[in-house]
Every structure is written in C-alpha cells, then in structure tokens.
Write a protein that binds this ligand. Structure first.
Ligand code: NAD
Ligand code: ZN
Length: 383
C-alpha cells in the first residue's frame, strides 16, 4: 500500500516550493529526532538542526511533545506517503530559537505552542479560520498539511504565556481543539444525548466538551477496560464495553430508547471488528471499515447528527446509505480540525479559568530519549 501510494504521488508530481538559496542550513550541528523506518519501527536519530529557509520560518527548540492516535496510524504503516527516515511528531511546544526576517511577532526564547497543522494564513480557507492546505490529491482537493505527517507554527497567546504551565498549553497543539471541534462541528446542543465512539484522548476530551456544551447525557463506547474505567472514574461518564455488548446499537437503544442526538466518531479505522471487514481490509478491498459509521447512523434518532473526527484513509464498503437517507441523518466529516480557530476561546475561557484542565489525561511522562518506547506502550494501552 505504502509503495503504491508513493508511486501514485510521484506520478502526480510534487507541488513546487520556492526555496530561497540565500538561507543556509546549519551545518555540523545535530538534534535528536524521532524517525519512521517502517511499520512498528520508529527510533531516535541524530538529525541536522534546520535553519531558516523561508523568510516566514520559525525554528523552535522543542521542550515538550505528546503522542496521539494519529501517530499510531503512521506506526502501523497505514497512512500513506511516508518514507523511511521521515521525522515524526506533530504535537509540540517549545522556545523560539531562530526567526526569518518576516517574523515580527515572536521574540527569541519566547514560549510557543505549535498547531499540528501547516497552513499558509493567506488563502480563502485560512481567512475563514479553516486552516487547510497542501499535500494530498486523493480527495479531489488538497488536504491539510500536518507536521510529522508531511510537514506551521502558530503563536501561543503571548500576553498569557506565563500564566499556565507547559502541560496545560501543550494540548492546544491538537487534542483540545480537535476534540472541541468535533463537538461543536457535529452540533452538540444543551440537553442532547451524545454517544462518543472511541475512548482515547480525543474521545475522553470530546465527552467533557459535550458536557460543558450542556449535553444531558454522554455515553462512550470502547472495549479497553482501563479506558472505560478511566472515563467512568475521571469524568463520570456512562460507558458501553463493546467486547461485552457486541450489538452496540441494541445496547444504546436499551439505554436511551429515543436514540442518540449526536454521535462523534473518535475511534480508529485500523481495528475492524467483524471477520468480513478483517478479510476485506487484509485483501485491500477497502482501506477503512464502515462498522462505526453504520453503528452511529443506526443509533442516532431521525435527523440525528454523526461526526467523523477519527482519521480515515480512503474507502469503506457496505455503508448503510439507506438508513442515512431514510432517517435524514446528518453525516458530517469534521475534517482535519482547524486548530487555531479555537485557540483563544479554549485558552481564555476554559484553560485559564480552570473549566477544562487537560492534565486529567496525562498518564506517562518520559524523557525525550525514550520517545520511541512510547509507541508500543501507547499501542499496548489499546488492549
Ligand atoms: N481530524 C483531526 O484533526 C484529528 C486530530 C487528532 C486525532 N484524530 C484522530 O482521532 C482519533 C482518536 O485519536 P486518539 O488519540 O484518541 O486515538 P486512540 O488510538 O488513543 O483511541 C482510539 C480508541 O478507539 C477505540 N476503538 C477502536 N475501534 C472502535 C470501535 N469500533 N468502536 C469504538 N471504539 C473503538 C480504541 O479501542 C481506542 O481506545 C484517531 O483516529 C486520530 O487519528 C483526528
Ligand atoms: Zn495528534
């Protein structure tokens, strides 16, 4: 799959980038970086410290980073167009180390957090706060560029920079805006009954956002005992263990006979449940599975809303289009979350006043040298 995708990308050609030769890379210096070498093969390597190559560039000295479900898609080799030696990580913060001549709003040494997304800041989408740009021809239009998936930094709200510790700011790079986005974009309203599929960091936070938006009830679906217990203990959320209740939809209607109002998918496409989809995926007859989408479509009430924030790669077979149409279900692709759109709001209205403390989800802290070990450990936390 990886090879085929790389060939396809090569065939389409690359978007030319204007590189300014007057800026040179720093030679003879090295930094630690986490690189991808194949499925389940990531390791720390020495890589040269980058220099300014564009007048708008900013080089950060990274002081903190996290690992996310999207990294697992790369770890499993299921996201395309990766090449051996590609440097990973897309959620990070740090200190400004160097800036290009056009950068007037950042000072050296300033603490900043980066959005996982790369955006130009100039196009129609960016002007509408929908930061999507570059990189993928597979979907008819270019998709958003992401750090560590291919290759933006934004400004940590400067005036507030010393008010919160790093651990409360770091998650602005992805998890907090992404989970908030699926709740807002899928349209959670006061009084709604919300079902969240997938209990990783995104699902755990989406449940909390739903409650903050006034949901009357949140039910979360997963099969990992520790994650189910975590959601119950830390957020007081009802859960469904799908290893016990194989018919998730039936269980949802037992718990709420009217059906769900809103259903965001915060799960993953690389864990098919049924033999049919395991076979189809193995044979490359589909890249993704329709199981969760179908459960959501059937579990919501008529005119209910289903959102997909979980990353999907391509095609899924046997989607219940009939139920989608007949029930008038709104199926919303939440897209790559427009991270910076929510920064000010989340930071000022939730983090600073303490209404949302992201540190509730921290389970492991490790030195940078042990970063590679976190991948199998994170994978293991799914069992
Ligand atoms: N769109 C965006 O901008 C964006 C940004 C960040 C993350 N994501 C995606 O959001 C998803 C969640 O991220 P995360 O870090 O919480 O991931 P994670 O891998 O930690 O969690 C995924 C959870 O889904 C559960 N799951 C798998 N199959 C399921 C099923 N059929 N039904 C219910 N649950 C199921 C797994 O057991 C796991 O606990 C990932 O797909 C990630 O790539 C999207
Ligand atoms: Zn992420």
């Amino acid at each position: 799959m990886q090879t085929a995708t790389n060939r396809f990308q090569e065939h389409l050609g690359i978007e030319p980038t204007d590189i300014h030769p007057e800026f040179n890379h720093v030679e003879g210096t090295s930094k630690k970086a986490l690189a991808w070498f194949g499925s389940k093969n990531v390791r720390m390597v020495a890589a040269s410290i980058p220099d300014i190559t564009e007048p708008d560039d900013v080089i950060l000295q990274v002081t903190g980073t996290t690992i996310c479900g999207s990294d697992l898609h790369l770890y499993h080799g299921e996201i395309m167009a990766l090449q051996k030696g590609d440097i990973l990580r897309h959620e990070f913060m740090g200190k400004v180390f160097k800036v290009g001549p056009n950068v007037k709003n950042l000072k050296l040494g300033q603490r900043v957090v980066s959005s996982f997304q790369i955006s130009c800041g100039k196009c129609d989408y960016c002007r509408e706060n929908l930061f999507v740009l570059l990189q993928n021809y597979m979907y008819g239009q270019r998709d958003a560029g992401s750090f560590g998936y291919s290759h933006f930094t934004g400004e940590f709200p400067r005036t507030k920079q010393n008010i919160v510790p790093d651990e409360k700011a770091l998650y602005l790079s992805d998890v907090l805006p992404t989970s908030y986005h699926t709740v807002v974009d899928t349209g959670v309203k006061p009084g709604d009954v919300v079902g969240v599929w997938g209990l990783g960091p995104i699902g755990q936070c989406a449940a909390r956002w739903a409650l903050l938006e006034g949901a009357s009830r949140v039910i979360e679906i997963d099969r990992v005992h520790s994650r189910l217990q975590f959601a119950e203990d830390k957020s007081g959320i009802e859960t469904i263990d799908f290893s016990q209740y194989s018919d998730v939809t039936k269980r949802i209607y037992e718990l709420c006979p009217r059906g769900l109002d809103v259903a965001p998918d915060c799960g993953t496409f690389h864990e098919p449940k049924t033999l049919t989809h395991k076979i189809q995926k193995t044979l490359m007859l589909e890249t993704d599975v329709s199981e969760t989408i179908n459960e959501m479509i059937v579990s919501v009430r008529k005119m209910g809303r289903c959102g997909i924030i979980a990353v999907d790669a391509g095609f899924a077979n046997a989607i219940n289009v009939g139920a989608l149409m007949e029930k008038g279900v709104r199926l919303i692709g939440n897209g790559q979350a427009p991270i910076r759109k929510y920064w000010e709001e989340i930071f000022n209205e939730y983090i600073i006043p303490g209404k949302f403390d992201p540190t509730f989800m921290i389970t492991h802290r490790v030195p940078i040298d042990d970063l590679a070990k976190l991948y199998p450990a994170f994978r293991q936390s799914h069992r």
